[in-house]
Design a protein around this ligand. Structure first.
Ligand code: BG6
Length: 491
């Protein structure tokens, strides 16, 4: 079997909104995640919104758009986990030293739009914000860790969403372009690997969550129009990145949905093909090939979408093809042409439960072979370099009396997935890196919990925001260190 390539980028991934914090003491503005309360396995995160008539509502914003005539507001008595998060803002030196101790070659992080442009539409970026990321990059380079930077990880400034309707409004492209150009120029010498939008396809996944509800058509219209705007902003960013430095490598990023037909019924198989087009290929094809796929029009018509495409848009998409493919992978699901199946959860995707797989505490299927399958599907379709930028197990960890944390379940999950990527490399896939998700515990995106932990490094913080923020190594820390040191030979 082939070995992992030399210079394989071993590392881990985070997002600014889930780790940075630092709200209230720098100039950073609020981003939409700062408005979400903490939820739980069964309770969604809530945002307080206020309607024009003054009334309030607790609203599950995470998977929805802001209703018309409403604005997100802060309530004094609620806890907003992302505002302090794990306070990477003040702990980055300590945290990066720990990642370096594990031997990290790459660290995936995002830049918070609202740290640089507090409202999102200022003419110039905030100096204190710019300096913060220079400091972080310097610290990474001190240990020869390559930054892999996501320019947008759902960190839309609240001001833009409240005042102009966020990505429904084409004006967002202009503001995003300014932000992206600032970042690409400012950090030209610090960063070589960029991702434009995190999990660009998850808007489509959210559409499936509201299947059958009355506002489906209106949501579909909004979702595809927002995606069109983001696809354009992504293409502009790729073009700009190449112009600023031809050495820049820019990737797309999707939440890759692995689906299997629930039975050998040909109807289930066709359903699987359609689901893959819908969930994966719609955005990915557009970013990799620079044009909407052949089936896009059929989707728009079927969903009653009247997409507003302006004169140069298609040309601009064509000019902004990405250099590499990145994706998140946590779990898989089955699809069925019938409706009578037991539903399983997963990272944005829901489908039928797979009797061959075990499920995590949060109901996500654990399917390492699905990762090998995903890599073959992606590489077979595009033949451009690939990198896994998120993969991991969210679990509750227990601290023993002596302070140790025996997260064997996490080691087992990661070991099996790393074996699967090695097999994919042996299959011939050009894979240049692997980032486990949440290499340090962070605020869960969907549930807002701290309790759902992914890290090799434990952070002392609970779901209510109590804790010392002390960092502790879990057993997986030493295990991953060995994996990296042996370039994947010792699993
Ligand atoms: C991905 C996101 O969808 O899944 C991350 O890019 C997120 O931001 C990760 O944290 C895991 O999801 P969760 O909800 O368990 O944090």
């Amino acid at each position: 079997m082939k070995k992992f390539p030399e210079n394989f980028l071993w590392g881990g991934a985070t997002s600014a909104m889930q780790i940075e914090g630092g709200y209230g003491e720098s100039n950073r503005g609020l981003n939409i995640n700062d408005m979400n309360t903490a939820g739980s396995k069964t309770m969604p995160r809530m945002t307080t919104i206020q309607y024009a008539d003054g009334s309030f509502e607790q609203y599950p914003m995470f998977s929805k758009d802001l209703p018309e005539n409403a604005k997100m507001v802060t309530m004094d008595d609620l806890y907003y986990p992302n505002r302090r998060a794990i306070d990477f803002y003040h702990h980055y030196k300590e945290d990066i030293a720990l990642l370096a101790e594990m031997g990290f070659k790459v660290f995936r992080m995002s830049i918070m739009w609202s740290r640089l442009f507090p409202k999102g539409n200022e003419e110039k970026a905030d100096e204190e914000g710019l300096k913060f990321y220079h400091d972080v990059f310097n610290e990474l380079h001190k240990y020869n860790i390559e930054p892999l930077v996501t320019i947008w990880h759902s960190e839309d400034p609240v001001y833009l969403v409240n005042e102009i309707g966020g990505w429904n409004n084409r004006k967002m492209i202009e503001y995003f372009d300014r932000y992206a150009e600032t970042v690409l120029t400012e950090y030209k010498d610090d960063v070589k690997y960029w991702l434009t939008f995190n999990e660009l396809n998850n808007g489509i996944m959210f559409l499936d969550w509201i299947k059958g509800s009355g506002d489906k058509k209106q949501r579909a219209q909004a979702t595809f129009q927002q995606l069109h705007h983001k696809l354009l902003a992504s293409a502009h960013t790729v073009k700009k990145a190449h112009a600023i430095d031809p050495e820049n490598k820019v990737g797309c990023m999707i939440a890759y949905a692995v689906n299997y037909p629930l039975t050998p019924d040909p109807a289930d198989n066709l359903k699987q093909v359609e689901t893959a087009k819908w969930l994966n290929w719609y955005t990915a094809d557009t970013q990799v090939r620079g044009k909407y796929p052949y089936f896009a029009k059929k989707f728009w018509d079927r969903e009653g979408v009247d997409l507003k495409i302006e004169e140069n848009d298609l040309k601009e998409l064509e000019e902004g093809k990405v250099d590499f493919f990145s994706f998140s992978y946590y779990s898989s699901a089955c699809v069925s042409a019938k409706d009578d199946y037991e539903v399983s959860g997963g990272n944005f995707t829901m489908g039928a439960k797979n009797p061959y797989l075990k499920y995590s505490e949060w109901g996500w299927a654990m399917d390492p072979q699905g990762l090998r399958y995903a890599l073959n599907e992606i590489y077979g379709r595009y033949e451009i370099p690939c990198i896994v930028v998120e993969n991991g197990l969210g679990a509750v960890d227990t601290i023993e009396e002596d302070g140790s944390i025996h997260d064997t379940y996490r080691i087992e999950y990661l070991r099996e997935h790393i074996k699967a990527i090695r097999e994919a490399i042996d299959d011939g896939v050009d894979l240049f890196g692997y980032c486990s998700w949440g290499c340090i515990d962070e605020i869960s995106a969907a549930s807002g919990q701290m309790n759902k932990r992914y890290g090799f490094i434990h952070v002392d913080l609970d779901d209510e925001g109590n804790g010392t923020l002390v960092r502790r190594k879990k057993d997986s820390f030493e295990w991953y260190k060995k994996v990296i040191a042996s370039n994947g030979e010792e699993l």
